[in-house]
Design a protein around this ligand. Structure first.
Ligand code: KIV
Length: 288
C-alpha cells in the first residue's frame, strides 16, 4: 500500500483538484478492510452512537467511548488518515478541557479530530488545538450535535443569505487553521460556491458532487444500519441480509446437528482415546 495520508496529502488533493474519499469505521477489522480498499480518511464519527451503540442520537456518546473505538480503528489502519469526532460536551466547557480530550484522541491513535460548529468559542478552541499541533477537521451546515437547537434533520444553506452565512463560518474555520471542512446537508450549488471560495478542501456529507471529497457512514454504505437512511447515502451492499442469513443458517445447523462437522472438531490421539475408554470401562466395572 502507498504512503500514509497526512494533512499535506489532503491539501495536495485540493490544490490538484483531485477527489478524495472519507468513510467512517468503528472497529478494528472494518477499519483494516476499508484502509486496504484505499479510503483516504477513516473517520470514527460520533454517528457510532446511533449505528453501533443504538443510541437515539449522537449527543449520547462520551469521550471514554470515543477513545475505545478510536484505539480499535487506529490499530487496523496503515495508510489512511485517522480522524476522530470530538463528542458533544467534550470541548464545550473550557479550552483546557478541549485540549485534554483532543489529546486523549491523539494518544488513542487518531491523526486529528473533527469539531462541529463555528461559534466564536469553537473558533477559539480550534485555533488553540491547531496551534499545539492537533489537526482539526471543521464541520458546518447541518451539525448533528446542535440537533435540539436546529429543531430537526433540516437542510442548511437553503437561501442565498444562508449560503453566505455558511461560507463566513467556513472562512473563520479556515483562518483558525482547520485542514478540511465537512459540509453537511447543504444544497449542491451552495456547497460548490463555498468550496470555490476556500483554500482548504471541503468534504460533502449530502452536499453534492462539487466538494473536494465525499464522506458517508460505513453502515449506510454496507447496508447494515436500517433504522434511518439519509437521501444522500448510497448503499453498496446488503450486510443486514448477509448477517441475518448467516445467523439463521447457523441457528438451524446447530439445532439440526449439522454444526460442527468432522472438519470443525479436534480429535484425541488414538492412544489417548484407548486410555480414556479403558478408564471408562474400569469405572463401570468398579460400580458393579
Ligand atoms: O458522525 C459522523 O459519522 C459524521 C460524518 C457523517 C460526517 O459526522
Amino acid at each position: 500500500m502507498s504512503k500514509k495520508i497526512t494533512v499535506n496529502t489532503i491539501q495536495k488533493y485540493k490544490n490538484n483538484k483531485e477527489k478524495f474519499s472519507v468513510l467512517t469505521a468503528y472497529d478494528y477489522s472494518t477499519a483494516k478492510y476499508i484502509d486496504e480498499a484505499g479510503i483516504d480518511i477513516i473517520l470514527i464519527g460520533d454517528s457510532l452512537a446511533m449505528v453501533a451503540l443504538g443510541y437515539e442520537n449522537t449527543n449520547a456518546i462520551g469521550i471514554e467511548e470515543m477513545e475505545i473505538f478510536t484505539k480499535a480503528v487506529a490499530r487496523g489502519v496503515n495508510h489512511a488518515m485517522v480522524i476522530t469526532d470530538m463528542p458533544f460536551l467534550s470541548y464545550h466547557k473550557t479550552e483546557s478541557e478541549a485540549v485534554e480530550n483532543a489529546g486523549k484522541m491523539i494518544k488513542a491513535g487518531a491523526n486529528g479530530v473533527k469539531i462541529e460548529g463555528a461559534t466564536d468559542y469553537i473558533i477559539k478552541v480550534i485555533k488553540h488545538l491547531t496551534e499545539i499541533g492537533i489537526p482539526v477537521m471543521g464541520h458546518v451546515g447541518f451539525t448533528p450535535q446542535f440537533l435540539n437547537a436546529i429543531g430537526g434533520y433540516n437542510i442548511q444553506g437553503k437561501s442565498y443569505e444562508a449560503t453566505l452565512d455558511i461560507l463566513e463560518q467556513a472562512k473563520k474555520l479556515e483562518q483558525a487553521g482547520v485542514f478540511s471542512i465537512v459540509l453537511e446537508m447543504v444544497p449542491e450549488e451552495s456547497a460548490q460556491y463555498i468550496t470555490e471560495h476556500l483554500t482548504v478542501p471541503t468534504i460533502s456529507c449530502g452536499a453534492g458532487k462539487y466538494c473536494s471529497a465525499q464522506v458517508l457512514v460505513s453502515d449506510d454504505v454496507f447496508g447494515k444500519y436500517s433504522e434511518f437512511k439519509p437521501k444522500f447515502a448510497r448503499q453498496y451492499g446488503d450486510m443486514k441480509s448477509l448477517i441475518f442469513n448467516c445467523a439463521k443458517q447457523y441457528n438451524e445447523d446447530v439445532k439440526n446437528g449439522k454444526f460442527p462437522s468432522e472438519q470443525e472438531v479436534f480429535r484425541l490421539k488414538e492412544e489417548e482415546l484407548k486410555q480414556l475408554k479403558l478408564h471408562k470401562d474400569n469405572q463401570t466395572n468398579s460400580l458393579r
